[in-house]
Design a binder for this molecule. Structure first.
Ligand code: GDP
Length: 360
């Protein structure tokens, strides 16, 4: 098991939830993930990569370590968390919509100093259209004038050491943002005051620069998914997999980046993928993932696997993938599957994505 040695602590057999990060440009989406990973993708760790969908796997052990300051009696029933990062630029609406479709839960990031912006509303609409569950991160709390840095302290602890002025400004900004969301027909409340999580969306103040509130955000994501989505998160042998990107990987030829949302993929599996010139039938030559806590877009060492259980973001190397179409499903041939039927299903999707391919 390649999740850093820690498997889930429960016998429920859950897969990792898939979480996507959305929000206005510059609200700190990339930086938030950088903070959790301990990386620097935001500063251009690999130039230009933010124009693709990114993904990072956070194993349960890491989540436990990062949330221990909350002293919550939280059993981790999921093996980890797969976080998907979608580009923020205007021209990537389709990519964002593709990313958000895959997700079990989303983080909608709002800059606490700037409040709700165009792209926040666009993301909100997308999430609601997909009926997606989400949490709002009120990011950049460290920008409140006079903020005292508290490392990755839980937000309630961090607030206790702030001056009266900082707390007043915080309250003012939070109620302003609650009002802005209200105008969009969305009820929100600070998560530690939210007693009606079914009807009211939780706000988690965070700093991606200094770390306050990050434990709260992670714990909330895990608790929310494993408490309310047990059925959806139950591991199944039925492969559910979406192609994100097609690209050349050094030493492996053309590969596709996919998100495996459920099921298992194995080296040697026969797969069927939607291609520009018809269904592509090929055999998995290599299954590669970045190391845990590393971003799939950043070129680096990959782990090679004999088999991978969902959820994971994977690079699949196989012959004939050059014309695979991003946004479509990948099918794996099981013993009871009919190849022609799979070829037909995969090509039916061509219609649904043809109006969907990014202009970029
Ligand atoms: P994205 O476009 O939403 O991915 O935003 P980025 O992660 O690229 O962040 C935009 C800018 O805001 C960068 O200069 C970050 O360093 C800065 N930033 C992001 N999060 C924070 C934060 O919590 N506090 C402060 N002070 N700056 C932040």
């Amino acid at each position: 098991i390649e999740d850093g040695g820690v498997v889930s602590e429960s016998d429920k057999n859950l897969r990792s939830p898939i979480c996507c990060v959305m929000g206005h440009v510059d609200s700190g989406k990339t930086k938030l993930l950088d903070f959790i990973r301990g990386t620097n993708v935001q500063k251009g760790e690999a130039g230009g990569i933010t124009q693709q969908i990114g993904a990072t796997y956070f194993p349960a052990g890491k989540l436990r370590e990062m949330t221990k300051g909350l002293k919550a009696d939280a059993r981790l029933e999921v093996p980890g968390l797969l976080v998907i990062d979608t580009p923020g630029h205007q021209s990537f609406t389709n990519l964002r919509s593709r990313g958000s479709n895959l997700c079990d839960i989303a983080i909608l990031v709002v800059d606490i100093m700037h409040g709700v912006k165009d792209r926040t509303i666009e993301s909100l609409d997308l999430l609601r259209r997909n009926g997606a569950d989400f949490i709002v991160a009120l990011n950049k709390v460290d920008r409140l004038y006079g903020w005292k840095t508290c490392g990755n302290a839980p937000i309630v602890e961090a607030m206790k050491v702030q001056s009266r002025d900082v707390r007043d400004e915080f309250e003012r900004r939070v109620s302003g943002i609650i009002g802005q969301f209200e105008k969009q027909g969305l009820s929100t409340e600070l998560y530690y005051k939210n007693y009606d999580v079914r009807e009211v969306t939780s706000l988690v103040p965070t700093s991606a620069m200094t770390g306050e509130g990050i434990p709260d955000l992670l714990l909330l994501l895990v608790q929310r998914t494993q408490r309310t989505m047990v059925e959806k998160l139950t591991f199944s042998n039925q492969v559910r997999c979406t192609v994100l990107e097609v690209k050349v990987v050094e030493g492996h030829g053309t590969a596709i980046d996919v998100v495996l949302a459920n099921g298992v993929l194995r080296e040697g599996d026969q797969i069927v993928v939607c291609g520009q010139q018809g269904a592509i039938v090929t055999t998995i030559r290599a299954l590669l993932t970045p190391y845990p806590m590393r971003e799939i877009r950043v070129k680096g060492a990959y782990q090679q696997h004999k088999e991978i259980r969902a959820a994971q973001c994977i690079k699949i190397a196989a012959h004939g993938l050059e014309h695979a179409i991003p946004g479509t499903c990948l099918y794996a041939m099981g013993p009871d599957d009919n190849l022609e039927a799979l070829k037909n299903s995969v090509m039916e999707e061509m219609e649904s994505v043809s109006g969907h391919i990014d202009k970029a």
